[in-house]
Each structure stands twice: as C-alpha cells, then as structure tokens.
Design a protein around this ligand. Structure first.
Ligand code: ZN
Length: 443
C-alpha cells in the first residue's frame, strides 16, 4: 500500500510539472502519409471527435475493469487548426522507464496548436500499473511489450495490448515509442528501427543527430506490431530506468521535435542535414565470471578491437577478469557498475565498418581460397599430362615440358571461366556475431 501511494504521488507530481556502421547526412523529404488525413473522415478517438485548435485530455482504459477500480490512462491530444497527419508518442510501456514520460510532457505542453498541422496523440504512461509500483511489468509480471498487437480473448496482458492497439495506436500515421535501458543498464540515446522497411527508414532519418540501430524488434513489441500494421514506428531509447536524466531527456526532445518537423506537423519543413551514425549490427559482450563489474568506458565511446571495457572481480577470492571489445565499435548500451553473474550482458557494442587493413585481409583470404582451388585443378591437369608423357618415353625433360604446357593451358582456360568454388571458403568476417537472445535488446 505504501509503495502504491508513493507511486501515485510521484506520478501526479511528474505530470504536473542502430555488422556495419555508416555515417549519413540526410536531406530527406517529409513522409507522405497514406491514410486519410481529412478531418471529416477522421474517426472519433476514445468516443469523441478530435477538436481542432486545443490540447485535449482524455482517458483510456482496457476492457471492463471493476467499476471503482478502473485506472484510466491519460491520453493527451494536440490537434492543430490545419488538418494533417497524426503522430503518436508513447512512454512508459515499461512502468519504470521515466525519461520518456518527461520527454512527452515537455513536447506536448510546448506545442502551439495554432501552428500545428495535423494531430499529436501522446500517452505518457502506457503502463500505469507498473508506473505506480516502479516496475517494468504489469501486475501479473508480464511484459506488456511482448503482447502487441494483443488478443481480445487472450491473457490479461494480451487483452490490454489489444484494446490499446485498437483504441489508440490504430489512429496513428507514425509512432515513436520511448524507452530506456532495462535492469540497471543504460542506453546511449538511439533509435531502434527496421531499416529494411522504407517508411521506417525514412522516419528514422528525420531525427537529427541520432544513433540508429537496425533491428526488426522482438515479436510482441509495440514497434514491430505497429510496423506490421502499416504504421511506420521507431523505438527511441534514452538512458536508464528509474531515473530522470536531463541530458537524455533534452536529446530525446530535440530528436522527436525534428521528426515532427520532418513529418510535416510544424510549419515549413526545414531541410536540415541530420548527422546520424547507423549501425546495422551489434553484439553484446558478457562477463565470464561472477563478481563486481567496474567499467572503464561510458556510453558513446568508440573502442578498438581488444580494448579493455571493464573488469569483473570476485570480492571473496580477489580473482579478476577483464571484458574486452571483440570488434571495433561504439558502446551504445552498457550495464551500470554492479554485481554480475557469468554470462551477464555487460556492453552493447554497435559494430563499425570494417577497417582498411581488415578489408585487405578479407580480400587476401578470399584470393588465397580461390587460388587454392585453381591450383588443385591445374595440378590434376599437369599430373595427367606428365603421366601420359612418361608412358610414351623415358625423357624426364619431355615429361616436365608436357606438364608445364598442360598447366599453362589449364590456367588460361580456368582464368577465362568463372572460378570454381570449393569447400566452405575463408571466413572473412572479423567475428561471427552470436544470434541475438531476445532479452538482450529489451525495448
Ligand atoms: Zn522499455
């Protein structure tokens, strides 16, 4: 009861007040929404038509909770005087992730509906149950962000997800779902986006100065379900759970505002160059023993292959091991200093483009592998010619000459043909990234 009470007080006080990386400088056009944006065809939201020119507040609740025990979730709606696309912002789908709640507050109460084109629908605290208990989860310990788009006849989490998706998310032309790292980990402000989807890629390009990590997203995440429903969606990750972090909040606000401008919601779209670092692959580096983790790096640091990122020391035996970067990359997420177990995911490394030396090494390896198969073919041909020459006479010089000629001819013919591929070939990648475990990228 005490925890619940404290959560409520805290909540109301708060409401009152990216294998390879590429740098890109984008010069992108706003996305043209495909859904109808005409006000006359806009569906009522939570039972009422959207009123232009005001910041409205409504309540959403899932299903039919016991009367008197309903926990209505606030939904903020800023509708511009000019019709246009609808952008949605969601925060605290995980109830312990506070930075998004504050990012949304700052944006929504700064919007000028006079000069807004279209609508912004924001749900600062999607998981109000978790928020009141400082918990990531729903009351039944389920992770809401693994149940979208939900199921009207499924588990409690699936039903909540279903109603939220139908009642709110289905109104969005684009969605930004705001999260933080989880379980005592922090994330460099970054987007998670399925860059194989052109609309999502374009949405991600609207965020100025953001790191982007390509990922399709785990099944059941709001992001993945919304993208599958045709709504371009990115997850914005910023900082760590349970804290309000001014820098991460400010960077999140800047990113979302630039995306809103890019989406055509605010005035003339300014073709501002957007410096982004995009990672197409990432790996987790793990602790190999239990003990106290101390880091020597911070999020955003670029590290070389082999560089020491931190150490884990057993407080009882004093035995210590270091965790090294297994590839060149940028620390896009990491654990805070804490007690860890073997296998604990400590550093999330966005992988950099392979360096010049590694490119040369890769080419050399590939050439060696290819030449080895050519050598085998030529060897066989020359051996056959030598054998037949030795059958017709005992002159060793003639045998050599026959082998030489045959080898020359064979090489010529092989080179004009596509090279045969034998065996598995060289592994030219710097390292094989492990198959991601679903809980390694919680969002
Ligand atoms: Zn989250």
């Amino acid at each position: 009861m005490i925890r619940l009470h404290r959560g409520l007080l805290f909540g109301s006080a708060l409401l009152a007040s990216l294998s390879w990386a590429t740098e890109r400088v984008s010069d992108v056009e706003p996305i043209k929404p495909e859904l109808p944006i005409d006000r006359s065809t806009q569906r009522p939201l939570l039972g009422k038509p959207i009123t232009p020119g005001i910041l409205d507040r409504r309540a959403w609740s899932a299903g039919q909770p016991l009367s008197g025990l309903a926990l209505p979730t606030p939904v903020l709606i800023a509708a511009g005087n000019t019709p246009g696309p609808t952008m949605c912002l969601t925060g605290a789908v995980h109830g312990d992730e506070l930075n998004g709640v504050e990012i949304i507050r700052r944006i929504m109460f700064a919007l000028d509906t006079e000069n807004l084109t279209g609508t912004v629908i924001a749900v600062p605290i999607v998981n109000l149950y978790g928020f009141q208990r400082n918990s990531r989860y729903l009351p039944d310990r389920r992770d809401l962000n693994r149940y979208f788009p939900g199921n009207p006849t499924g588990s409690s989490a699936a039903r909540i997800a279903h109603h939220f998706f139908q009642d709110v998310i289905s109104h969005c032309h684009a969605l930004i779902d705001i999260h933080t790292g989880s379980f005592h980990r922090t994330n460099l402000p970054q987007l998670r986006a399925d860059l194989s989807n052109p609309k999502v890629a374009k949405l991600s390009q609207l965020f100025d100065n953001f790191v982007v990590l390509h990922s399709v997203g785990a099944v059941g995440t709001l992001r993945r379900a919304a993208v599958e429903a045709g709504i371009p969606t990115v997850t914005l990750e910023a900082g760590e759970p349970l804290y309000l972090q001014p820098e991460e909040v400010a960077q999140g606000v800047r990113g979302v505002l630039s995306a809103m401008r890019g989406f055509g919601l605010m005035g003339e779209y300014n073709k501002v160059a957007s410096d982004q670092k995009v990672f197409f692959e990432s790996i987790w580096l793990r602790a190999d023993q239990s003990g106290v983790l101390f880091s020597e790096v911070k999020v955003g640091d670029s590290v070389k292959k082999g560089e020491i990122l931190g150490s884990v020391t057993d407080p009882i035996t004093n035995r210590s091991t270091v965790i090294r970067a297994k590839a060149k990359g940028t620390i896009i997420g990491m654990a805070l200093n804490q007690m860890v177990m073997p296998g604990f995911a400590a550093y999330h490394l966005g992988l950099h483009k392979t360096e010049g030396a590694a490119v040369d090494k890769a080419a050399e390896g590939a050439a060696d592998a290819a030449l080895e198969s050519v050598r085998k073919v030529v060897h066989e041909v020359a051996k056959e010619a030598a054998a037949s020459a030795s059958e017709s006479g005992d002159d060793p010089q003639a045998v050599n000459e026959a082998a030489r000629k045959a080898a020359e001819e064979a090489t010529k013919s092989v080179i004009t043909k596509p090279l045969p591929v034998r065996g598995k070939g060289e592994d030219t990648s710097e390292m094989e990234p492990p198959a991601p475990e679903p809980d390694d990228h919680p969002e």
